[in-house]
Design a protein around this ligand. Structure first.
Ligand code: GLN
Length: 258
């Protein structure tokens, strides 16, 4: 009786929490080693800290990219490990071989392709402009001469610097810091990926998101340049996730259709 109860309890725990049934899977996976994922967990809903939950790597980091990373690791028979670092340290960390995959809502760009290899893309994204409700900025053209806040090293940073001049761009370690500076009136606008923009501006009545998309981009998983074995495995796993509908399921869990 007691034994049955334990089996049932284990099954129940397994049903309510994926992390809790990681036990046996973890042991299995341990044989295959670890897959080290680097990210910058300041980018909801792709990667962020949620102290209320245990994420797939056993810490509080969750989000779309994290679930994709967990699924890739599982398909490779490896245990997922996550390191949360500055966004612009992700590529150097992959180059030095300290980490295996970079999953961070990272946009594929020609410049980055010089330094890392990218998987097939798994999401399309746009840059959005956040302004205060009383702002006279109605679109990208109105940004000339304004102070624009961005997250350091992101495509928002690169485009804003190219189009409006370095001197007009204020760089912050986290996107949310840029949004905070906007609320405090220190800058005139923030350029950041649309999904985190919705999260950051969503809970602030004084902010609006401009409809005009600033740039269209694609997210992919980054690996060390030349590591075709890993890249092939990542692409195979991604394809399975796409074909089975699991990728759509993961996205739908975090992003409600507009
Ligand atoms: N998509 C943007 C980029 O690749 C921002 C990514 C991020 O801040 N995590 O630069």
């Amino acid at each position: 009786m007691k034994k049955n109860f334990l089996v049932l309890a284990a099954a129940l725990t397994c049903a309510v929490s994926l992390a809790a049934c990681g036990g046996s899977k973890k042991e299995e996976a341990a044989a295959g080693g670890t897959l080290k994922l680097v990210t910058n967990a300041e980018f909801p809903p792709y990667e962020y800290h949620d102290s209320a939950v245990t994420g797939p790597a056993g810490n509080d980091i969750v989000g779309i990219d994290i679930e994709i990373g967990a699924a890739v690791a599982e398909k490779m028979g490896k245990t997922l490990e996550i390191e949360d670092i500055a966004f612009d340290s992700i590529i150097p960390e992959l180059q030095s071989g300290k980490a295996d995959i970079g999953l961070a809502g990272m946009t594929v760009t020609e410049d980055r392709k010089q330094n890392v290899d990218f998987s097939e893309t798994y999401a399309t994204a746009v840059q959005s402009i956040i302004v205060t409700k009383d702002s006279d900025i109605a679109g990208p053209d109105d940004l000339a001469g304004k102070k624009i806040g961005v997250q350091q090293g992101t495509t928002g940073d690169i485009f804003a610097s190219d189009d409006f001049g370095d001197e007009n761009v204020e760089r912050y370690p986290k996107g949310v810091d840029a949004v905070q500076a906007l609320v405090q009136g220190k800058i005139d606008a923030v350029i950041i990926d649309h999904e985190p923009a919705k999260v950051f501006a969503g809970d602030n009545d004084s902010l609006v998101l401009l409809d005009t998309a600033y740039a269209e981009e694609e997210y992919a998983i980054a690996v060390k340049k030349g590591n075709t074995e890993l890249l092939d495995q990542v692409n195979a796993a991604l394809k399975e996730l796409k074909d089975s509908g699991k990728l759509d399921e993961i996205v739908a869990k975090y992003i409600t259709a507009e």
